[in-house]
Design a protein around this ligand. Structure first.
Ligand code: 5AD
Length: 347
């Protein structure tokens, strides 16, 4: 019965809410194994046994926003704030490029619009110096004009997790004034502007229900993002959610598998949060149909200051030696690194 649902999801890319719920809660290990196998098969048909790499540059932990789950929220006065200089960012990219990276992800807190031209300038500089690389942004909510400015400067992709499609849950996770409506508006703008667009959620966020995860699956199927970023929620000790438990690696992997079957062409990273909650988390994500890994290219000195959550796993893949380690880890499950830009097949 459950395997029948898996087959139908693979074939038709949709199920009813109740059926998705059944897949999220099924208990028989053989059913779960079947789901993972099918998801893996679909991922391999699309991407082979190859994993795309993205070099993550954590631009700044300065943030005007105050999301209750996030360690770099404005109200957290225990964070020492930094912003990389243009030269530092270019150095990170240079190091990454020499190692073989062909996608750079500039991620950071939400800044006021007065700094948007600085970002545009930085994007142009990267675009000019490494024309063969993809530039991904993960810088939060901004006016449409800012997204347009950055796109014109040469950015190709934008990651903006919707966090939850459920209005009530969204307002429990975010400060007053932030709405899911506006978040979805931003995602629509990004797509319209021609970005390869990524949405996604945290699994096991405080107050999250199974029903809200089902809503998220349905939203993702409807929106058809090019990329889906999902990781377990992990508490950060200086946030209002410090005492909530971390999300589960099992449920996260199950969600990767369901979304792989629903949206076969989507780029799905096995996230750092996944590697943080379980020692074999990264590999489990790949075995559930994920096909991207995002090693950190940020300067060593700043990494601990970019603590969205506690005990963040580090993957020293920026060095040749770190890459060898990652390649060896992937090889244990029969996978290898794909060094190409790795654009979305439906871009
Ligand atoms: N645990 C897990 N993920 C988190 N993020 C932010 N804070 C946490 C946390 N405590 C995720 C959010 C955000 C992305 C950049 O990091 O989903 O979109």
């Amino acid at each position: 019965m459950n395997r029948d649902l898996v087959d139908r999801l693979r074939q038709f890319h949709e199920l009813t809410a109740g059926e998705f719920r059944a897949l999220l809660t099924m208990r028989d290990p053989l059913d779960v194994k079947y789901l993972m196998e099918q998801a893996r098969e679909v991922a391999q048909k699309q991407f082979g046994t190859k994993i795309f790499l993205r070099g993550l540059v954590e631009l700044s932990n300065v943030c005007r926003n105050d999301c209750l789950y996030c360690g770099i929220r404005q109200s957290n006065t225990h964070v020492s704030r930094y912003t990389l200089s243009r030269e530092q960012v270019l150095q990170c990219c240079e190091l990454g490029y020499q190692t073989g990276f062909r996608t750079f992800v500039l991620q950071g807190g939400e800044w006021g619009e007065q700094r948007s031209p600085w970002i545009a300038d930085l994007i142009s500089a990267i675009r000019l110096r490494w024309p063969d690389c993809a530039i991904t942004l993960s810088l939060g909510e901004h006016p449409r004009e800012t997204y347009a400015l950055w796109r014109e400067a040469g950015a190709d992709r934008y990651l903006l997790r919707h966090e939850t499609h459920n209005e009530r849950l969204y307002s429990l996770l975010h400060p007053q004034g932030m709405t899911i409506g506006h978040r979805l508006q931003c995602l629509d703008w990004l797509k319209e502007l021609g970005y390869q667009t990524g949405a996604g959620i945290m699994v096991g966020a405080p107050y999250q229900s199974l029903g809200s995860i089902v809503e998220d699956i349905q939203y993702l199927i409807d929106f058809k993002p090019h990329m889906i970023g999902i990781g377990p929620f992990i508490p950060q000790h200086d946030t209002p959610f410090a005492r909530f438990p971390a999300g589960s690696a099992d449920l996260t992997a199950r969600l990767y598998a369901i979304l792989r079957l629903a949206l076969p062409q989507t780029l799905i990273p096995s996230t750092t949060a996944m590697a943080t909650v379980a020692p074999d988390g990264r590999l489990r994500g790949i075995l559930a149909g994920a096909n991207v890994v995002m090693p950190n290219l940020s300067p060593e000195d700043n990494r601990k200051q970019y603590a969205l959550y506690d005990n963040k796993a580090a993957l020293g893949a920026e060095s040749a030696q770190g890459i060898k380690q990652l390649a060896d880890e992937l090889a244990t499950i029969g996978y290898a690194i794909d060094w190409s830009r790795g654009d979305s097949p439906n871009a």
